[in-house]
Design a protein around this ligand. Structure first.
Ligand SMILES: Cc1ncc(COP(=O)(O)O)c(C=O)c1O
Length: 387
C-alpha cells in the first residue's frame, strides 16, 4: 500500500503526537520530536544508565532508520548510508573529484554543502556560484558536479530539481542534492540525483547526530538515468563519471562500515552497498530517529506538504505576499523592520520561536503547527490584531 495515498493518520491526529509549545515556528533550525521518538530515546538513556541491555539493542535503530528513510525518498536501504552530519557525508564525494574539477552551487547555499568542496582548492577544485533561479542555465561543459539544496536554508526558495538535473545530465555532471530543509515536508525522489544528503534533526524531527546519504551502488548503476556522451563536446579535463564512481571511497570507514564479523585487523571486509559509508552511530539519537521516521511515513509527506504550504501561504497572505511553494517564509530583516517597526520585540514578547538566518527573519511551518500559530506570528510581525 502507498501510505501517501491512504494515510494512517490525518494532520489533527498527527499533531496530537507532539508536545510542541506555542508558538514554535523554527523547524528550519530543529524539529521537536514526536512523543514516541522522545520516549524511545528516554528508555534507551535509562538502559544506558542502568547498563541493562547490550548496545546492539540501540544499534538496531540504525538499520530501521535506514530502511524508513529509504522508503521516504524512494531508495532501497542498500543505497542509504548513515552518518552524523551532511558535511561529513559529502566529504567522500568531494574527495573523489579529480584535481581541477569545477563544482557549481547556488550563490547563497548553506555552508555544509559548500565547504566539503571548497576545502579542495589546494588541488584546483573550483567552486563557482550562480543564483538558484538560474542554476540550470549556469551548468556548462566545465561543470563536474552540481551541489544544491532542495529548499534553501536562508530563503526557503525551492529548487527546480528536474531542470537542474536535466541540464547536469546533458553535460555528464554529478548531482548532489541537500534535502535537509525539505525532507519531511517536500516529496523528494532520490532517483532524481546521484546523491541525496539529509540531516534528520530538522523537518524529520529526529535527534541531532542523525543524517543520511543515498548513493548509487554497483547494482544500481545500471538503473541510472541516461547521461549524454560528452566525450566529443568537452575538453579533456571533463569529469569521467565512471572514473569518479570508481574513486568514491568510504574515507571514514571503521568497524561499523565493516562486513559482518570483521572487527579486527586485515584483510579489510567492507560491508556491501552504502553501509560501507556509515560511521559509528550515535546510538541514542538513532533510537529517537526511527519512530519519528515511521510516524512521518504513516502521515504521508503529501499530506504534510499540503498542510505546511497552506500555513505558509496564510502567513504570506497576511504579510501581503503572493503564494509560494515553500513551507519556509522569510522576510528581509531590514526591510521587515522598516515596514513593521517593533516586529522583533513583538515576536519575542509573543513567544514566537523563529530564527534569523542570512539577514532574514525565517519562519518554518510544519505539521505540528496550526492556523492559530500563523495568526500569532502575523499579529506579532505586523502589530495588528486579527480575530
Ligand atoms: C541546507 C542545510 N544543509 C545542512 C544543514 C546541516 O548541516 P550539517 O549536518 O553538516 O550540520 C543545514 C542546517 O541548517 C541546512 O540548512
Amino acid at each position: 500500500m502507498d501510505i501517501n495515498d491512504d494515510p494512517a493518520l490525518n494532520i489533527a491526529q498527527a499533531r496530537a503526537e507532539w508536545d510542541v509549545q506555542r508558538t514554535f515556528l523554527d523547524s528550519c533550525s530543529y524539529g521537536p520530536p514526536p512523543r514516541r521518538g522522545w520516549e524511545a530515546m528516554q528508555r534507551s538513556l535509562d538502559e544506558w544508565r542502568a547498563g541493562s541491555v547490550p548496545w546492539q539493542t540501540w544499534a538496531e535503530s540504525v538499520d530501521a532508520s535506514r530502511e524508513l528513510f529509504g522508503r521516504l525518498v524512494g531508495a532501497p536501504a542498500g543505497q542509504v548510508a548513515t552518518g552524523a552530519a551532511v558535511s561529513q557525508l559529502l566529504a567522500p564525494i568531494a574527495a573523489a573529484l579529480p584535481d581541477g574539477a569545477e563544482v557549481l552551487i547556488p550563490d547563497f547555499e548553506f555552508t555544509s554543502g559548500v565547504y566539503p568542496f571548497a576545502v579542495h582548492a589546494d588541488r584546483g577544485v573550483r567552486v563557482r556560484t550562480a543564483p538558484l533561479a538560474t542554476l540550470a542555465e549556469a551548468v556548462d561543459e566545465s561543470t563536474a558536479l552540481v551541489s544544491f539544496s532542495a529548499a534553501q536554508s536562508a530563503t526557503g526558495e525551492v529548487a527546480d530539481i528536474p531542470a537542474i538535473t536535466r541540464r547536469a545530465r546533458e553535460v555528464g555532471a554529478i548531482t548532489v542534492l541537500d534535502g535537509t530543509q525539505a525532507a519531511g515536508w517536500l516529496p523528494l525522489d532520490a532517483k532524481q540525483v546521484d546523491f541525496l544528503a539529509v540531516a534528520a534533526y530538522k523537518w524529520l524531527c529526529a535527534p541531532r547526530g542523525t543524517a543520511f546519504l543515498t548513493l548509487p551502488t554497483r547494482d544500481s548503476a545500471a538503473d541510472a538515468p541516461e547521461t549524454a556522451d560528452t566525450s566529443d563536446t568537452v575538453g579533456t579535463d571533463h569529469l569521467c563519471r565512471d572514473d569518479f564512481f570508481g574513486r568514491l571511497k568510504p574515507l571514514a570507514a571503521g568497524w561499523f562500515a565493516a562486513g559482518a564479523g570483521a572487527s579486527y585487523g586485515m584483510p579489510m571486509h567492507l560491508a556491501d552497498g552504502a553501509r560501507a559509508f556509515d560511521i559509528s552511530p550515535a546510538w541514542h539519537s538513532w533510537v529517537g530517529a526511527a519512530p519519528a521516521l515511521e510516524l512521518l511515513l504513516e502521515i504521508g509527506i503529501d499530506q504534510i506538504h499540503t498542510h505546511d504550504l497552506a500555513l505558509a501561504n496564510r502567513f504570506r497572505a497576511g504579510l501581503g505576499l503572493g503564494e509560494s511553494d515553500s513551507a519556509i517564509v522569510t522576510i528581509d530583516l531590514d526591510a521587515g523592520q522598516r515596514s513593521w517597526p517593533g516586529a522583533l520585540d513583538r515576536l519575542d514578547a509573543a513567544g514566537v520561536r523563529y530564527s534569523q538566518a542570512g539577514g532574514n527573519m525565517r519562519f518554518g511551518f510544519h505539521l505540528y503547527n496550526d492556523e492559530a500559530d500563523v495568526d500569532t506570528a502575523l499579529n506579532a510581525v505586523t502589530g495588528t490584531v486579527t480575530s
